[in-house]
Design a protein around this ligand. Structure first.
Ligand SMILES: [Zn+2]
Length: 112
């Protein structure tokens, strides 16, 4: 069933987004990065051929993530799940799905 608060969730598209690949001059040996008054942990994974990939650690849930989000009127950069964000397109699909369910129910309970 479609949750009532789904349409009230903040959108990813409204947030300031910060990708790990956007950070230039990243100190490859550092375990933290300072994002203007917020320190965020970093972790690394080994890739094939000896290279490694750097990830953010979400300050709230400590999950390894490639993108941080800061919604309007919020101070902290966190992962999408911790900010309870959704995508605009997903909201659109949900509303279409909801309309389809209503139409089916309308047909189902129509008086003959
Ligand atoms: Zn998180």
């Amino acid at each position: 069933m479609i949750s009532e608060n789904f349409t009230t969730k903040p959108l990813v598209e409204e947030c300031i987004r910060l990708s790990i690949s956007d950070i230039e001059d990243l100190d490859t040996s550092s375990h933290f990065i300072d994002l203007n008054e917020q320190v965020v942990g970093l972790t690394r994974t080994k890739c094939y051929f000896g290279s490694e990939r750097v990830w953010f650690l979400c300050p709230a849930c400590n999950m390894r993530i490639g993108m941080l989000y800061r919604p309007p009127l919020k101070q902290a950069f966190l992962c999408r799940h911790c900010h309870n964000l959704t995508y605009e397109l997903r909201r659109y699909h949900r509303s279409r799905q909801e309309s389809a369910v209503k139409a089916i129910n309308k047909l189902r309970y129509r008086k003959i």
